[in-house]
Ligand binder design. Structure first.
Ligand code: MSP
Length: 659
C-alpha cells in the first residue's frame, strides 16, 4: 500500500478563515480523498501557525492574553473544517508541546552540525508576511509582497547558513525537476537561487511569543523556522516515544506541501535548506496555486476584501462551493471570485447538466424498470454510440487520475463534464420514454438505461473527492454503496443489473434568483434561500446503500462530524460534592484539556492515570459543577450497571483518530 502524506500551509491566526484559506484546504482534501479512493494510506495535515510578532500584536489589540487569543482564533480554523467537509487526519497547532519539542530538536540538530551562528541583524521586516526584506527589494518603503509598511529592526540574532546551500539546492532542483510546480514557480525559484543566497536571521529578541531557542531563551525562533517544522512534528519528529519515531520513519518525507504562491520561497528554499542542514529527507513536492482575487486584488484580511465560505455555503450548499472553486480556478493561475460566476456554474453545470442527468436516469429506471437497474443486451451494447460511451468512460478514469496527480482539478472536472454531456446526448438520442411505449423495444430500452446508469455510476465515483456529498447521494440513488477504495476497480460495466435504486431526491435544484435576491431572502428568513434543497452549512446527509431503507440512519459524513480520538489520562480527581463526576486531565495528542466524566462510581481516580481512552474531541465545552469540560469519555453504559470505559488492546498514540 502506498503512503501519501499531504499538507496545507498552517494558517496565521490573526485573521478569520476566508475563502483563500478554505481553497487550499479543500484542494488538499480533494487530493487526499482521491488517494484514499485509490487505496493509498493517506495522512492529511492542516493546522495553525500561532507564533510571531503579528499574533502577539493582534492579541494585544484584542485586549487578550496571547495564549487566550491563540486558543480562540485557532478554534475558528478548526471549526471551519467540518463546515467544508474536510477529512483531515490531524490538526496541528504550533503552540502545542509536541511542536515546541520538535522545533527545538531540529534547531539543536542544525546548530550542532554547524549551520547556526550568532550575529546581529539590522534591516527591514514585514510583520504581515513575517519576512525580512532586503533594502533593494523595498517598494517605496513598503513590502514587495503585501504592500504594507516595513519596520526597521536591529537586534542580536542567530543566523542560519543559508548561503552554504545555494549549490546543493541548485543540484537538487536539477535532479528533481518536479520538486516545485507549476514550472513558472520553479523558474522563479531557480532565478532566485542563481542570484545567490544570504544567510538568514532565524531568531528574535524583541518579543517573546515564540519557541525559545535552546540554551539561549532570550531568543525566540524566527516564526518560519518553527512553522515549517510543523510538517515533521505531526509525523512524529522530535518525540522520544519509540512509536512516534517509528511513525516518523514511515510517514516522512511528505509527498506534497500544497501552498499559495506567496510562500514558495520559504517552502522551496528555506525548508529544504534546513532539512539538508539537518541531514533529513526533503519533501517530494512543493505544489503551489494562485490567488483568489476580488476585483483584481488578492483576497486578504489586510485588504478586507474577503469572501466568507459560510456565506456562500448558506446560499448554494457546500458542494456547489467546492465544485465552483475547483472548476473555476485553473490550478496555478489567479481567478476572480464573483457572484455571477458561481451562480452561472451552479445553474449550468450542477443543476442542468449533472442534476438533471441524475434525476432523469433514475426516474426513467423507476418508471419503466420497476426501480431496478435493467440488464443490457450485449449485442446492443457493443454497437455505436454505446461502445464509444463505455470506452470514453474507461478513458476518463485514467485521465482524471492523471489530472489528480498533476493537481489539475479544473481539467478533471471539465473532462467529467464532457462525459456528463455525452450521456445527456445519448439519452436524447435513444429517447427511452418512446422505447417504453412498445414491448418490442424492451431490449433497446433496457440497454439504453443500463448504459446511462452505468456510466453515471462511474461519473459519481469520480466526483467523490470533489463533491463528496452529492456524489455519494448519487451513488445511493443508483443503489450503489460507496466503497472506500472504489477507484482501484473503476471501469464501465460494473453496475450490477437488478440493483434496486435508492430514494430519488433532487441534488441541485435550479436557482431562479440573482445572488443579491438570494441574500435578501436568506437574511429575511434567516436561513437558506429557497431553491437550495438543503443548503447545508454542514454537509448534507449522504446516502446509504439503499437510500430507501435509510430512514433513521445517519450517513458516514454525519458520523465523521464526531471527531473521536485517543487520549491519555494525565491526572484524575473527584469533583468535590459530586458522587458521580471525575475531573480528568487528558493529553489528546493535540492539546491537554480537562474533561469531566460521570464515572466516579465505577473508577477510582488514581487507577485511570496513564490509561488510554477514547474521547469525543470536538464537543462544545460545557460546564459541569462549575468546571469547564472539553470533550466526553466514551463508555459502554449497561442498563442498571456501571459505566465501562472503552479501551484498546494496544493503545495507539494520543491524537489517533477513532472511527
Ligand atoms: N503561516 C503561513 C504559512 C506557514 S506554512 C509552514 C501563512 N499563513 S496564511 O494564513 O497567511 O495563509 C497563507 C495561505 O492561505 C496561502 O499560502 C494560501 O494557501 C492561502 N491563501 C490566503 N489567501 C489566499 C488567496 N487570496 N487565494 C488563494 N489562497 C490564499 O502564510
Amino acid at each position: 500500500m502506498n503512503r501519501f502524506y499531504i499538507t496545507t500551509p498552517i494558517y496565521y491566526i490573526n485573521a478569520e478563515p476566508h475563502l483563500g484559506h478554505a481553497y487550499t484546504t479543500m484542494v488538499a482534501d480533494a487530493i487526499a480523498r482521491a488517494h484514499r479512493l485509490m487505496g493509498d494510506e493517506v495522512f492529511f495535515l492542516t493546522g495553525t501557525d500561532e507564533h510571531g510578532q503579528k499574533v502577539e500584536r493582534a492579541a494585544h489589540k484584542a485586549g487578550l492574553a496571547t495564549s487566550v487569543f491563540a486558543d480562540q482564533t485557532a478554534q475558528k480554523f478548526r471549526d471551519i473544517l467540518p463546515v467544508l467537509n474536510i477529512a483531515n487526519d490531524d490538526f496541528i497547532r504550533t503552540t502545542e508541546a509536541r511542536h515546541k519539542a520538535a522545533s527545538q530538536v531540529l534547531w539543536r540538530r542544525v546548530r550542532d552540525r554547524g549551520y547556526i551562528y550568532k550575529g546581529k541583524y539590522e534591516g527591514w521586516y514585514c510583520t504581515v508576511d513575517e519576512v525580512f526584506v532586503p533594502e533593494t527589494q523595498l517598494v517605496e518603503g513598503h513590502c514587495p509582497i503585501c504592500g504594507s509598511v516595513v519596520e526597521r529592526i536591529a537586534e542580536e540574532s542567530y543566523f542560519f547558513k543559508l548561503a552554504a546551500f545555494q549549490q546543493p539546492l541548485l543540484d537538487h532542483y536539477r535532479r528533481h525537476p518536479d520538486f516545485v510546480t507549476p514550472a513558472g514557480r520553479r523558474n522563479e525559484v531557480m532565478s532566485f537561487l542563481e542570484a545567490g543566497l544570504e544567510d538568514l536571521s532565524v531568531s528574535r529578541t524583541s518579543f517573546s511569543w515564540g519557541i525559545p531557542v535552546p540554551d539561549d531563551p532570550a531568543h525566540v525562533m524566527y516564526v518560519w523556522f518553527d512553522a515549517l517544522t510543523n510538517y515533521m512534528t505531526a509525523a512524529g519528529y522530535g518525540s522520544d516515544r519509540p512509536a512516534d519515531a517509528e511513525r516518523f520513519a514511515n510517514v516522512w518525507p511528505a509527498d506534497v506541501h500544497l501552498i499559495g504562491k506567496e510562500i514558495v520561497r520559504q517552502h522551496a528554499i528555506y525548508w529544504p535548506a534546513f532539512l539538508m542542514a539537518a541531514d533529513l529527507p526533503l519533501p517530494r513536492r512543493v505544489v503551489s496555486h494562485g490567488w483568489w482575487l476580488m476585483d483584481g486584488a488578492k483576497m486578504s484580511k489586510s485588504k478586507g476584501n474577503v469572501v466568507r465560505p459560510r456565506d456562500y455555503i448558506a446560499l448554494f450548499g457546500l458542494d456547489a462551493l467546492r465544485y465552483f472553486v475547483f472548476r473555476e480556478m485553473v490550478f496555478g493561475q489567479d481567478a476572480d471570485f464573483t457572484d455571477e460566476a458561481i451562480l452561472t456554474r451552479y445553474n449550468a453545470d450542477l443543476a442542468n447538466d449533472f442534476g438533471n442527468l441524475v434525476s432523469r436516469t433514475t426516474t426513467l429506471i423507476q418508471r419503466f424498470c420497476e426501480n431496478k437497474v435493467p440488464a443490457p443486451d450485449s449485442e446492443l451494447r457493443a454497437r455505436q454510440p454505446e461502445h464509444d460511451l463505455c470506452a470514453d468512460t474507461d478513458d476518463l478514469v485514467g485521465r482524471v487520475k492523471g489530472s489528480v496527480a498533476s493537481f489539475q482539478l479544473s481539467v478533471a472536472l471539465r473532462d467529467i463534464w464532457e462525459l456528463i454531456g455525452g450521456v445527456n446526448r445519448y439519452i436524447v438520442l435513444r429517447e427511452p420514454w418512446k422505447l417504453a411505449k412498445s414491448a418490442s423495444d424492451r431490449r433497446e430500452l433496457n440497454t439504453s438505461l443500463y448504459v446511462a446508469a452505468d456510466v453515471l455510476t462511474t461519473i459519481a465515483e469520480l466526483l467523490r473527492p470533489f463533491i463528496p456529498d452529492a456524489a455519494e447521494r448519487t451513488l445511493g440513488m443508483l443503489g450503489v454503496t460507496p466503497q472506500k477504495t472504489s477507484w482501484t476497480t473503476l471501469a464501465s460495466g460494473r453496475l450490477r443489473p437488478g440493483t434496486t435504486l435508492g430514494t430519488i431526491s433532487p441534488l441541485f435544484p435550479r436557482i431562479e434568483h440573482s445572488v443579491e435576491e438570494l441574500r435578501t431572502m436568506a437574511a429575511d428568513t434567516n436561513e437558506s434561500a429557497p431553491g437550495v434543497p438543503t443548503a447545508p452549512t454542514t454537509p448534507a446527509p449522504a446516502p446509504s446503500a439503499a437510500a430507501g431503507a435509510a430512514e433513521g440512519k445517519i450517513s458516514i459524513d454525519d458520523f465523521m462530524k464526531v471527531e473521536l480520538r485517543v487520549a491519555r489520562v494525565l491526572a484524575a480527581e473527584r469533583v468535590p460534592k459530586s458522587t458521580r463526576l471525575l475531573k480528568l486531565q487528558v493529553d489528546t495528542g493535540v492539546d491537554q484539556r480537562t474533561i469531566v466524566a460521570g464515572i466516579a462510581e465505577a473508577y477510582e481516580p488514581e487507577t485511570l492515570v496513564g490509561r488510554s481512552i477514547a474521547v469525543v474531541f470536538n464537543l462544545k465545552p460545557a460546564k459541569l459543577m462549575g468546571i469547564e469540560s472539553n470533550g466526553m469519555v466514551l463508555c459502554a453504559s449497561p442498563e442498571g450497571g456501571k459505566p465501562m470505559i472503552v479501551t484498546f488492546d494496544d493503545p495507539p498514540a494520543p491524537g489517533t483518530r477513532v472511527r
